[in-house]
Design a protein around this ligand. Structure first.
Ligand code: GDP
Ligand code: MN
Length: 377
């Protein structure tokens, strides 16, 4: 689970890590009021679950009230990597000398939490990692010892030589580690961490991700969840017993079994098509599940054709066919459907379906090719 910058910084400040004064705004008027309250200059920042906002135009420095208004007008409603900006953070503009990166994550190789630090903060750290990996210092943290003052000092001296900064950094690193552990985070990042003209460390940006499997014991963190429209659909699907992941293509897939769903996507790709989703309806032929799955697929504007691929094992194809007919009686489907049934009682299933004049095909390859043909028509 991801949270927004403003939420991460609220957690930072609870642990007394210094952050900028800031106000969350949903409208242009709120941006104007916040700017008056904070004083100029301000920075207006999109709050979306996507990295690289700055580059995408989602972070703007405003030196006048008019510029702040314009920045609010421009960023609110903006699309950043498929996310619509619904709120912005108006932060007091800060003057600083240098930008650093610090972050904690779980490293699978060392099976430990690692602390990463770099003097090349500000830009996307992924680029530094690619082009200049030695500029990122990594430290494995012993789970029994945690972030000791000794380790924190060792890291701090990699970034700073000024003793006052080292002292501030040691405290900050220890707090950051404490946040990571206390919240069952999978990622905590400050990028950039800056040194202000007053010689103080300040978190200008904040990012946190959490381990979904630990949310049951983190009710306060779970309450911070603000799922996007796509994520809401995925959560709803889970509640009705479906595994659903939305993708970018246009062939809606309904499949029983996760392995078969993967194979179905592969075959669609193989023939030059593009799946709109991964959808596993599981091993049941319950018509309600088929209805839920159909409704879900129909709610995606990108879906131009629905491809149903069922392999009957314990699930019987005739039961699935009945579920499908019942589902189609209940909901309006105005796009083409391609059905492939195979396995236990397939013949009976196909008979039931062909009675309803629904197109059936013999093999998975045929189904994929037919779906692609229909999309291209
Ligand atoms: P990101 O692009 O999503 O990581 O957004 P950030 O919040 O990290 O901001 C991107 C960059 O904008 C930072 O690295 C800074 O260089 C700049 N920036 C952000 N806030 C301020 C500020 O208060 N003052 C100044 N001068 N620059 C800022
Ligand atoms: Mn940043």
């Amino acid at each position: 689970m991801k949270i927004h910058e403003y939420q991460s910084k609220e957690i930072f400040s609870r642990y007394s890590i210094p952050v900028t004064n800031e106000v969350l705004c949903y409208t242009i008027d709120e941006v104007v009021v916040a700017t008056a309250k904070l004083g100029l200059p301000v920075v207006v920042k999109a709050q979306v679950h996507a990295g690289g906002r700055g580059k995408a135009g989602g972070v703007k420095l405003a030196r006048t009230a008019e510029e702040a208004r314009e920045a609010g007008a421009k960023i609110l409603g903006m699309d950043i990597k498929g996310y619509t900006v619904e709120k912005v953070l108006v932060a007091q503009g800060v003057q600083f000398n240098s930008e650093f990166y610090v972050g904690l994550t779980i490293d699978r190789n060392s099976k430990s939490v690692i602390f990463m630090a770099s003097a090349e903060g500000g830009v996307e750290i992924e680029e530094v990692a690619k082009e200049n990996p030695e500029a990122i210092h990594k430290f494995v943290i012993d789970p029994d010892l945690g972030m000791t003052a000794f380790l924190a000092r060792k890291i701090a001296f990699k970034l700073f030589s000024d003793f006052s900064l080292v002292k501030q950094a040691v405290e900050l690193f220890q707090k950051l580690y404490q946040i990571f552990i206390d919240t069952d985070a999978s990622l905590v990042e400050i990028n950039p961490l800056v040194v202000t003209h007053q010689g103080k460390l300040l978190a200008l940006d904040g990012k946190m991700n959490f381990d979904d499997n630990a949310l049951y014991r983190q009710p306060e963190i779970e309450a911070l969840n603000e799922p996007t429209e796509d994520e809401k659909k995925e959560i709803e699907a889970k509640d009705s017993g479906l595994s659903y992941i939305r993708l970018d293509g246009n062939i809606g897939c309904m499949v029983n079994g996760a392995g078969l769903a993967m194979a179905t996507m592969d075959v669609i790709k193989y023939f030059g098509g593009s799946p709109a989703n991964f959808l596993d309806i599981g091993g049941s032929s319950n018509p309600q599940k088929v209805i839920d799955a159909m409704t879900l697929l129909m709610s995606d504007q990108n879906v131009k054709v629905i491809m149903i691929n069922i392999f009957g094992g314990i699930t019987r194809c005739d039961d699935v066919a009945k579920g499908l007919i019942a589902a189609l009686d209940q909901i309006q489907v105005d796009i083409p459907i391609v059905i492939r049934l195979s396995g236990t009682n397939a013949e009976e299933g196909l008979r039931i379906i062909s009675e309803k004049n629904l197109p059936v095909v013999g093999s998975l390859s045929e189904a994929a090719q037919e779906a692609i043909r229909l999309v291209n028509n």
